[in-house]
Each structure stands twice: as C-alpha cells, then as structure tokens.
Ligand binder design. Structure first.
Ligand SMILES: [Zn+2]
Length: 501
C-alpha cells in the first residue's frame, strides 16, 4: 500500500517536470522513493461496541442483565505503518473475548484492510462490567468453566464486536498520517497488590476438592490471620506515544498490570478504569478537540493475581465509580509525567509474529473424579466442605470429557527497540516480569487476554500453592503452560530481533 502511494506521488512529480531534466529526475525519484518507503505513519480511531440493554453482564459471581449504560464501551484501534509493514492494535472494553470472536475479528480486519491477520492484535481490557462476548448465557469467562463453553456460530453481539473491530481498524487506516513514535515507562506501586495470601487459618484455605491450599485468594481485608502475600506485583506502566509530524498527539497506548477496579452498581455497563484513563490522558495531553480525534488506550498487563485492594487495611466505603476514577487519574498522571521524557523517532522498524502453541489441557486425577462423584451424590442439605464444591465437581466431570490437547494463539510485535507479547490468558505478574527481564529488546510489555481467552495462567510454583486461580475448572491449561509460553515468546522475539534490520 505504501508502494502505490509513493508511485502516485512520483507520477505527479513526473507530470510537473516532463522530460526536460530526465537524468536529474531519475536521481531525485530514487531519493524520494527511498524516503517515502521509510516514512513512518500512524492512525487511530475508536468504534462503539456498547451492547443493547438486557445483555448479560458476566464479571460478577452470577450473570445479570444490563439495565443501564453508565459509560459507553469502545474498541480503540491504533495502526502503525513503517513503510514496509503495518501493525494494528484493537483493544475492546470487554471482560475477555473467546477465541472464535477474536479469530473472526482478525479475519474480517484482514479481509477489509489487507493487513495480515498475524499483524492484528485483538484484546479485551478486562472490565468486569461489559456485555458478555460468550456464546451463551453461561458463566463468565473469569468463573469456573466459563472458558470451556464453545460454539460454532457467533451470536449477534459477538458478530458486532468482530465487525466493529474491522471497521475501526479501517478508520484508523483512513486516518494514517506522517507521524513520530516513542515509548516510556512510569511507576505506580500504590495501586497494585498481590491478591493471593498466606493465611494462618486452615478454614480460610479450603479448596472445593476436599483439600486445604497453602494460599487464599482475596482474603477478607485486615483479617487477623494474614501472614504475607504469596507473590509479587509489577508496578510499571509502559506506554507508546504517537504524535503527528508537527507534535500533535495522535494516540497513547499504555499497559498496567492491574485487574479491573470495579465499584459499578449492579446491572450497569461501564468500561471501568480503562475508560476513565482514556479520557483523562486525553485531557492531560490537551488533545480533546482534535480532528481526527486523539485515542487513549489502557491495555491490561499481567494482572491475573493482582488487584488494587490493600489487604492489610479495611477500605473506606466509596461512591460508585469513585475508586476507578481515582485509579485512572493516578495512572494517567504518572504516564503524563513520564511522557515528558519520551524520545520520538521519525522512522522505526515494525514486525509481528503469530504462532499456535500446542499445550495439554489440564486433567483431573482419578481421585479428583471420585471425589467429584461423591460431592454430586450428596443429599441436599448435607454439610459442605467448601461453598462451591458442587460447581467444581461438575467442572471436574465436564473436563474429563474434553480433548486432551489444544493450541493457543501467541503473538509478538516489534516496534523498533520495544517488544510486545500477547497472551490469551489471565497472566500472573511473575510471568510478565520474567518476560520483561529476558526480552532481547530495550524494553517490553505483555498484553493479556489477547486473541482469545484460556483462563488463568499461574506459574508452576504458584500451582503448588493452590488457591482459586489454580483450581481445575477455573484453570484449564497444563501446569507447565506458563513456562512453555515464555519460551515460545522469547523465541518469537529473538526471531524478529535477528530477522528484521
Ligand atoms: Zn478478572
């Protein structure tokens, strides 16, 4: 596409100059073409994906129908073009879209725009107050078994998301203009807390399989038996900043390893702190009244075991939306501060890789299956070991019926000396930090819940500790999955590093 653009430019030059200075024109032509091929361009756009009222909201413990839209849901797209390759980010205000929705969105985008599907990254922000992109009214993706539902046919809302992704990427392409790009990083440790804790009391660590774990997810805040968090946090906010050649902000895409914030009244639709971040960073950059509009995006980092609850203290009650707005304001302020130091480049190298990684599904042991049958056979009203033991017993028996192997989509982007990884899971902070520490690029970050949804991704060490995210039925990939994913992403990054000039 770049070539046809420069060819038409050169035809115009030819018409003006005629044949008079033919030799000189040929030389000038060569220079123009070389410059034009390396010209960096960027475009951004957003498209509305707010569902109809009545759709099921699936982020909570049980799905409930939407009765109010507090703030609209968007897909926010950023397209980058280095003159040779073009990449697209399409970040959707959704809890997490199953594989078939992301595949369809990438397929439609490729068909409409000519972008290879490998170069299109589709991810959910992980707001827990969005309409369900699941095939049915089944449990939420975050909930036991939710990721196991599958459907050959997309429902109306799934189709709308897929079409809107393709349209919005097309609009971002329509907005492509000469641009410059840079990246930076800030730090915001005060809003990230590991939600898995060692707790003294055995009753607080029971699991639904009749056993006792070493750790407990989301212990009651300020509980007397808290010992210490069972893992790390990643306080970094990494971001890409894109400006027009004249310095006008085009887009800013940030990445923070914090789950959703919440505080949304029941039955209301909201993009959570991801939406508030978009408008706040636009205000801070003074980019509110632009044409084409500025697009601010907050992507979800590796936040599978991270939320913003300080478990050592009791939280004061907050008004609806108050906490998410406060968090978004802090994230945006830190990005704005760090953005003052960004070094912009007029030309960078872009590249992408996309692979299917074969993995085993996690299986139930025969002891777990026997226990599940006992739980299901219990008479109503019999004492329970764990309040959710029956739900998990059903999941254990369902999982025994599923195929033993699957593949998951992995994707990497290269933006100059910045590496990006995309994983279709709720990734633990430990894995994100490992990828950051081992990237062959100057800097990297990971976008989670990308190109599909395959549940939580604890490390093998975290699997040993137990806890909600590791429970079979919440978790569905083999215990070694995170290790294999890290190796594959490092290899994909290394390939791009070696193969692209
Ligand atoms: Zn979640």
């Amino acid at each position: 596409m770049r070539l046809s653009h420069s060819a038409s430019k050169n035809r115009a030059v030819g018409r003006v100059c005629g044949l008079l200075w033919l030799a000189g024109l040929v030389a000038a032509h060569a220079v123009v073409a070389a410059d034009a091929v390396r010209e960096f361009r960027a475009g951004a756009a957003r498209g509305d994906i707010t569902p109809d009222l009545g759709i099921m909201i699936v982020g909570g413990f049980s799905p409930f129908p939407a009765k109010h839209v507090h703030d609209p849901l968007f897909v926010r797209a950023l397209v980058l073009d280095d003159g040779r390759q073009r990449l697209a980010f399409a970040i959707c205000d959704n809890l997490g879209m199953p594989r078939e929705v992301c595949d369809e969105a990438r397929r439609l985008t490729a068909k409409a725009t000519g972008l290879p599907a490998s170069h299109v990254l589709v991810a959910g922000t992980h707001t827990h107050s969005a309409g369900s992109a699941r095939p049915s009214l089944g449990p939420a993706t975050d909930r036991p078994g939710g990721a196991l539902v599958s459907s050959a046919e997309l429902n109306g809302y799934q189709q709308l998301i897929a079409r809107r992704v393709a349209d919005t990427v097309q609009c971002a392409i329509n907005n492509l203009a000469p641009a410059r790009i840079g990246w930076g990083a800030g730090n915001l440790p005060g809003q990230v807390f590991n939600r898995r804790w060692f707790v003294a009391s055995e009753a607080n660590r029971r699991n639904p399989f009749g056993g006792v774990d070493q750790v407990r997810m989301n212990p009651p805040p300020a509980a007397p038996d808290l010992i210490k968090p069972a893992g790390v946090t990643d306080p970094e906010i990494t971001f890409i900043s894109v400006q027009s050649a004249e310095g006008r902000p085009i887009a800013l895409l940030a990445n923070y390893s914090l789950h959703y914030v919440g505080g949304v009244p029941a039955n209301a639709i909201s993009a959570d702190y991801f939406g508030y971040f978009s408008s706040r960073i636009e205000e801070l950059l003074g980019a509110e009244k632009q044409d084409p509009p500025f697009v601010g995006v907050l992507t979800n980092g590796t936040s599978g075991n991270i939320n913003n609850i300080d478990f050592r203290t009791k939280r004061p009650a907050r008004a609806p939306y108050e906490a998410m707005r406060a968090v978004a304001n802090e994230v945006a302020a830190e990005v704005f501060r760090a953005a003052q130091d960004v070094k912009y480049h007029d030309a960078i190298t872009l590249d992408a890789r996309f692979e299917e990684l074969p993995l085993a599904s996690r299986r139930a042991t025969s002891a777990m299956i026997a226990h599940a049958r006992e739980v299901i056979a219990k008479p109503a009203g019999a004492p329970v070991w764990h309040p959710n033991e029956r739900i998990y017993a059903e999941r254990v028996l369902q999982i025994a019926e599923l195929p033993a192997n699957l593949t998951i989509p992995l994707q990497t982007f290269r933006l100059g000396d910045l590496g990006i990884a995309a994983i279709p899971c709720e990734v633990f902070a430990e894995t994100g930090l490992e990828l950051k520490a081992t990237t062959p690029f100057a800097k990297s970050f990971t976008i989670e819940i990308a190109n599909g949804y395959y549940g939580y991704l604890p490390t093998p060490e975290q699997h040993q500790l137990g806890g909600y995210e590791t429970w079979l039925g919440t978790n569905r990939l083999e215990v070694e999955a995170s290790t294999k994913i890290v190796v594959a992403l490092q290899r994909m990054w290394a390939q791009m590093r070696a193969e692209t000039p």
